[in-house]
Design a protein around this ligand. Structure first.
Ligand code: SF4
Length: 104
């Protein structure tokens, strides 16, 4: 069971108390390590310029987590949660192969 499903299951089991916890979870979420298995699988790097361009030809200069539709950090914050990594915090200047440009 992945962590997102586990979290949803926990939320369902625990009810409203978890809603308050969910906010704290996002703010206090651990920082994603580049060596995290999921990070390695998707080629996450904390600095987009270090993306493995040979392995991920979809990378284009200028792409960063802060302009990705999955990024949940506040504007100007150095990092923010990414749901693809169970809500762990990714660097605003980071990148991974799941990058999808934010609309607008
Ligand atoms: Fe960054 Fe988007 Fe990858 Fe999340 S999915 S790590 S926000 S590029």
């Amino acid at each position: 069971m992945n962590s997102r499903r586990r979290f949803i299951r926990l939320a369902a089991l625990s009810g409203a108390g978890v809603l308050a916890t969910a906010g704290a979870f996002a703010a206090d979420a651990p920082v994603l390590d580049e060596k995290d298995p999921q990070a390695l699988a998707l080629g996450y790097v904390a600095y987009a310029a270090r993306a493995n361009k040979a392995k991920y030809p979809n990378y284009a200069a200028g792409q960063t987590c802060s302009s990705c539709q999955f990024y949940q950090g506040k504007a100007g914050a150095p990092m923010g949660p990414c749901p693809l990594y169970g809500g762990k915090q990714v660097a605003a200047k980071g990148w991974c192969s799941a990058y999808a440009k934010k609309a607008g």
